[in-house]
Design a binder for this molecule. Structure first.
Ligand SMILES: Nc1ncnc2c1ncn2[C@@H]1O[C@H](COP(=O)(O)OP(=O)(O)OP(=O)(O)O)[C@@H](O)[C@H]1O
Length: 329
């Protein structure tokens, strides 16, 4: 059985289509990432799967249950950690857990052993008797993850699980998510706009842009769609350099962002010298130049024509970039 299956799932808010005709299948036990800029439709999509929003059209099943006709069965099968904190910080960690266990009718005789189990998973057992208002941001997020697991859900939805956390707390959360997959045999659907998070954690990723899935594959395969190597240049005139590189056919793909020119080349060593020569010949200063292996950032740009940036709606590529994007294997 599939953990998630959607057919033509669509959500409109007035004239705005937030989720547009999405067809998706997620296997049980996968860590599946929905990657996209702010406003792409990720939260709306998972809100429908969690039965918080009704679809405008299309259907979806979670653990075999229809999200509209069998909403209460869906709710029993899922755990949710949303972006906005929902932990009561005037209670202790333990009190929060007990409240939630009660809400989900976890039988009294197993409640405390289950609470201990999930608190151990996120390494909060020693702090359980402290008030949540003494917890750090990372600890609160960990408590929310533990709380979402109390009723043995089959599918866990994590909406931007590490947003706003420092790199160390983010690393910890990633480890807990990996452990969770191993220990609880659970399907995890996570939304994120952090490339690294999607790359490190997910078995498969759907890249979402403007309410649609524009690419879906393993991180490795998404990256392998990008041919060649990437050269990133900051110069005194990126637009002029872009035009010259294009005329000289030195790159197979050119992307221009606000600050940088991102070139895909077959061989960075031969291309580099010729690009520098070219820049000098037309009076362009090169401030910075670097070579990088294909990564998810590059894949994201290929598929969407935008950069994904923390806190932003994804910066549109301009000019040449917009015209030349999407040349994929
Ligand atoms: N209740 C609502 N009423 C009207 N428009 C909405 C509503 N909820 C979301 N939208 C709009 O739908 C689009 C998709 O929003 P959504 O929150 O699903 O995107 P997202 O990819 O999750 O972004 P973020 O990472 O910022 O949460 C946006 O244009 C948003 O403004």
């Amino acid at each position: 059985m599939l953990a998630i299956e959607t057919n033509g799932l669509t959500k409109k808010f007035g004239k705005l289509t937030a989720v547009d005709n999405v067809n998706l299948k997620v296997d049980q036990g996968e860590i599946f990432g929905l990657l996209g800029p702010n406003g792409a439709g990720k939260s709306t999509f998972i809100s429908m799967l969690c039965t918080i929003l009704n679809p405008t059209s299309g259907t979806a099943r979670v653990e075999g249950y229809d999200i509209v006709k069998r909403a209460s069965d869906v709710r029993r099968s899922i755990g949710i950690v949303f972006q906005d904190p929902s932990i009561d910080d005037k209670l202790t960690g333990m009190e929060n857990m007990e409240l939630h266990a009660d809400l989900y009718n976890v039988p009294k005789d197993v409640m405390h052993s289950r609470i201990d189990e999930v608190l151990q998973l996120v390494e909060l057992e020693d702090r359980a008797s402290n008030l949540v208002n003494t917890y750090s941001g990372g600890m609160r997020r960990r408590l929310e993850i533990a709380r979402s697991l109390i009723h043995y859900p089959k599918v866990l939805f994590l909406d931007e699980p590490t947003v706003g956390l420092d790199p160390q707390s983010r690393d910890h959360i990633w480890n807990y998510i990996r452990d969770l997959k191993k220990q609880e045999n659970i399907t995890i659907i996570l939304t994120t706009h952090y490339m690294e998070e999607a790359d490190k954690l997910c078995d498969r990723i759907a890249i979402i842009d403007r309410s649609k899935i524009v690419a879906l594959d393993t991180p490795q395969k998404l990256k392998s769609k990008i041919e060649g190597e990437t050269i990133i240049i900051e110069s005194s005139d990126n637009k002029l350099l872009s035009e010259n590189v294009s005329e000289s056919k030195l790159a197979t793909n050119i992307m221009e962002t606000e600050k940088e020119l991102i070139l895909t080349v077959e061989n960075s060593h031969t291309a580099l010298a010729r690009i520098v020569e070219l820049a000098v010949s037309v009076g362009i200063y090169i401030y910075n130049i670097s070579i990088k292996e294909p990564d998810l950032d590059a894949a994201f740009m290929f598929f969407t024509g935008k950069e994904i940036r923390e806190g932003g709606g994804g910066k549109e590529l301009t000019g040449m970039a917009a015209r030349m994007r999407g040349r994929i294997k």
